[in-house]
Design a protein. Structure first.
Length: 227
């Protein structure tokens, strides 16, 4: 009798545990998004450091650092203006578990500088750097609610930089391609919203130290049918 009671209690416990686990597993699959698409923009500091374009970030208009009063026979030019596009990225992630996402990111950062002849005030040349990156990524979301999600993440991949400099007066052009490691360590990120949301991230890498953007989360087709 005791054995029958023991096995009956054990079977009931096992059934209850499996039922609760199944309900918990189904609950997040049915209520939480599985697909996440993001577009963001961040500072291009690390991309600039990798391609030696960080000077563009330091000043907008200044004397060209390659010119000095001792260079009497060199072309007298100055840096007219410089600008950067920032680090623009687009990413997709798929939710494997309630707290785990995997996916990938592609991104771009551009650095452009124009030089002007100090005497004639005509365009003397330009520098153009285009930085392209592609990275597999993983994300760990440690707070998951219907509206607010807090997370950390890691991305590591490859970057290709095309660098082109030319002199309008001499017609000389210098072009090269560089290969770099692209990476992003997200210390903390927060997004607020349901299907459409806004987000911001703080971290270190080629996507920026600080970045912000918007995204869209979608449930899978199976989850939609199960409702």
């Amino acid at each position: 009798m005791k054995k029958k009671t023991f096995w009956a209690i054990a079977a009931l416990f096992a059934f209850t545990t499996c039922t609760l686990y199944s309900q918990d597993t189904l609950s997040w699959r049915q209520t939480m998004a599985r697909h996440d698409i993001q577009i963001d923009i961040g500072d291009p500091i690390f991309a600039g450091l990798l391609t030696n374009s960080e000077k563009i970030l330091r000043y907008i208009k200044n004397d060209d650092p390659f010119y000095s009063p001792d260079s009497w026979f060199k072309q007298d030019v100055f840096r007219d203006y410089s600008y950067t596009t920032g680090a623009i990225s687009a990413g997709y992630r798929y939710r494997l578990a309630k707290w785990l996402w995997v996916g990938g990111t592609v991104g771009y950062a551009g650095f452009h500088t124009n030089y002007t002849d100090r005497v004639t005030r005509k365009k003397a040349g330009a520098d153009h750097t285009n930085f392209f990156m592609i990275m597999p990524s993983v994300r760990f979301s440690w707070i998951n609610t219907r509206i607010v999600t807090l997370y950390s993440g890691l991305s590591l991949g490859y970057a290709l930089a095309t660098i082109r400099s030319y002199n309008d007066i001499s017609g000389k052009t210098d072009s090269r391609i560089e290969h770099h490691a692209a990476f992003q360590i997200t210390a903390v990120g927060v997004h607020v919203g349901t299907k459409w949301y806004g987000f911001t991230e703080i971290g270190v890498g080629t996507q920026g130290i600080i970045s912000a953007g918007f995204g869209c989360q979608l449930k899978s087709g199976k989850n939609k049918k199960s409702k």
